[in-house]
Write a protein that binds this ligand. Structure first.
Ligand SMILES: Cc1cc2nc3c(=O)[nH]c(=O)nc-3n(C[C@H](O)[C@H](O)[C@H](O)COP(=O)(O)OP(=O)(O)OC[C@H]3O[C@@H](n4cnc5c(N)ncnc54)[C@H](O)[C@@H]3O)c2cc1C
Ligand SMILES: Cc1ncc(C[n+]2csc(CCOP(=O)(O)OP(=O)(O)O)c2C)c(N)n1
Ligand SMILES: [Mg+2]
Length: 574
């Protein structure tokens, strides 16, 4: 009988599923996997990260960008516990990820051995599949099962491997089911579609709300909105699906939001909610608005809002069917007012783009990013005020550019790992990471990984010497600012020390010069931009409506945020 090492058979299964690289850090309990990775290095590349969390986040980010399984590993004990943030990120944004966890040798298990943890209960909550391998012969089959289930459930599969098993010889067979993998969604029910278009025809102020479930269907979103004269609001994770220059696109709602998007939803009498699980629905959607929901996951229907018409099925197909089954509606005063509101907002934002104020404002930074961004650029965005800036100020083309962040888990430290994953997976595409100074400091050691693997990522750090996002929250809860100030540092120097190219930017001239220089960089760069710690315009709590706040408050609000020529949507509708 031909034999193969169990660890090698495992990697052959991963190859059959199209896995090209695996992120992790070696340890005694995972060395049989390292041994197999050494043997198979021509087919699967081992990526040495400097923190397992970065490996797990990179695997999650890769899965989000490609829809394909991301793979990471950690050794028993501390290597395993370091993976959690990446795995929760994958779980909460529905990304298929496989985590291979080292374990002490089978004979030492359950003896409180060095670094031995009871790994199954540890990973129970984060996973859709979670098993410890019990014989060397079953390892490749269990890995195949894990990948299949991670795909089917869009979640995290965890396989714990006692270290001795990976070295053992087993029968050399085909253990993979990859060739049988199929994806399919239920077709929307025609009567549900007909009920939906009836509701749309009756609505006076309909809004189309889209989430990342509409990926690949930007054209259908634009058609549906145009056909029924609906302004469009998107979740942050849907950024980039519809071109930002579409006149019906209001932006995102909630706190990472724009004025026109929040106002459209406040006044909506119907929300057509497609491919989203928007967590702030209760706070942002009017309770009494009629609600149509489309989702491929039946457990989501009716979850976030009382629902009048629930449609189980693929977003693209459902949108096509709605257009086919409903009479077109000519642009209404409601749509026109929303378009005007959007125009006013964009004009106001543009008014800051050439600001030479020092410390810099974020708008001039995004002007330069938008200027050099290529038509298929990837924007990996960290968590904090920079997520607000990216949601508002990135001008994405809806045709090849991609945006990603840590959505529902919202972990800081997503940018740098995301940049590693994006550049490894798409070496020919331009990759930006957009990071706050707090978040960047959590993972900046992995600039070393970008350097080691020659990944020319453009890392932008918004240095405001503050945990700015939380600073604003402490203002809202009227408590003393505490724990939110950060020591400023020179990230450019740190980058240089790690072998990357570092830029320190404090003025508009330096900003323009630096971005022109990094446009076609062949090496990783870190641009440390000293920006003002001003609170971003709070579109989630605007004090502009005379029916709700005093004239004095409106004046103070306008003064603080330099608001001009932005009447409320209510005023525009009069
Ligand atoms: C600091 C921070 C603050 C945030 N604040 C905001 C905010 O103010 N506003 C905001 O919008 N977001 C915000 N987010 C992101 C937010 O937490 C959620 O992650 C996001 O709103 C969810 O987006 P989604 O609904 O598109 O994606 P998901 O939660 O992934 O939902 C997608 C839905 O689409 C369904 N689906 C998938 N494929 C299909 C298909 N083919 N057809 C039909 N349905 C499909 C899925 O079953 C799922 O129900 C923030 C993130 C960070 C980091
Ligand atoms: C790992 C983790 N810890 C804490 C938080 C809470 N949190 C959200 S945003 C934020 C501040 C981010 O600061 P920074 O990266 O400097 O960005 P800024 O808001 O200043 O632009 C914090 C602490 C989090 N989301 N993730
Ligand atoms: Mg900061």
């Amino acid at each position: 009988m031909a034999t193969i090492k169990s660890g090698t058979a495992m990697l052959k299964v991963l190859q059959s599923w199209g896995v090209k690289h695996i992120y992790g850090i070696p340890g005694g309990s995972i060395n049989s996997v390292m041994n197999a990775l050494y043997d198979e290095q021509a087919a699967i590349k081992y990526i040495q990260v400097r923190h397992e969390e970065v490996g797990a986040l990179a695997a999650a980010a890769e899965a989000k960008l490609t829809g394909k399984i991301g793979v990471c590993f950690g050794s028993a004990g501390p290597g395993a516990t370091h993976l959690f943030n990446g795995l929760y990120d994958a779980q909460m944004d529905h990304a298929p990820v496989l985590a291979i966890i080292g374990q002490v040798a089978s004979g030492a298990m359950n003896t409180d051995a060095f670094q031995e943890l009871n790994e199954n209960p540890m990973f129970a909550d984060v996973s859709v599949y979670n098993r410890t391998v019990m014989t060397p012969a079953s390892l490749p089959k269990i890995i195949d099962e894990a990948v299949r289930i991670a795909y089917q459930k869009n979640g995290v599969a965890v396989v714990t491997v006692p270290v001795d098993y990976g070295y053992a010889d087993i029968a050399d067979e085909d253990y993979s089911s990859a060739r049988n993998y199929r994806v399919g969604h239920p077709c929307p029910d025609l009567s549900d579609i007909q009920n939906a278009v009836k509701l749309i025809a009756q609505a006076k102020k309909p809004v189309l709300y889209i989430g990342q479930g509409t990926k690949g269907a930007g054209i259908e979103v634009a058609k549906l909105a145009g056909h029924f004269a609906m302004p469009v609001v998107m979740s942050v994770l849907a950024k980039g699906i519809v071109p930002d220059d579409n006149p019906n696109l209001m932006g995102s709602a909630g706190r990472l939001s724009t004025k026109p998007a929040n106002e459209a939803l406040q006044l909506a009498d119907l929300i057509v909610f497609i491919g989203s699980d928007f967590p702030f629905a209760k706070a942002v959607f009017p309770k009494d608005a009629k609600f149509i929901q489309v989702d491929i996951d039946s457990s989501k229907l009716g979850k976030r809002h009382k629902t009048d018409v629930a449609i189980l099925g693929d977003a693209k197909k459902a949108m096509q069917m709605m257009v086919e089954n409903g009479k077109p509606i000519a642009p209404t005063p409601w749509l026109q007012a929303n378009r005007q509101n959007r125009q006013n907002w964009l004009k106001w934002v543009k008014g800051f783009e050439d600001s030479a104020a020092v410390p810099l404002r974020p708008e001039p930074v995004f002007k330069e990013i938008n200027k050099i961004a290529e038509s298929n650029a990837i924007f990996m965005t960290d968590v904090g005020n920079c997520t607000i800036f990216a949601a508002r100020f990135l001008n994405m083309n809806g045709r090849g550019q991609q945006f990603s962040t840590s959505g529902l888990f919202a972990t800081m430290g997503y940018g740098v790992p995301g940049g590693i994953a994006a550049k490894l997976t798409f070496p020919d595409r331009q990759v930006f990471t957009l990071n706050g100074d707090g978040a960047f400091a959590m993972v900046m050691q992995d600039i070393l990984t970008q350097v080691k693997y020659k990944l020319p990522v453009i890392n932008v750090v918004f240095s405001n010497a503050s945990l700015g996002f939380i600073d604003a929250e402490q203002e809202d809860t009227q408590q003393p600012k505490y724990g939110v100030d950060l020591l400023d540092m020179d990230f450019a120097k740190a980058a240089e020390a790690m072998g990357a190219k570092g830029y320190r930017v404090t003025t508009r001239e330096e900003l323009i010069k630096t971005f022109a220089e990094v446009k076609n960089t062949k090496a990783p760069v870190v641009i440390d931009i000293k920006i003002d710690n001003k609170r971003p315009f709070p579109a989630e709590k605007m004090e502009l409506d005379p029916e709700k706040v005093t004239a004095e408050n409106i004046e103070a609000f306008k003064k603080r945020y330099e608001v001009k020529d932005m009447p409320t949507l209510k005023e525009l509708l009069k």
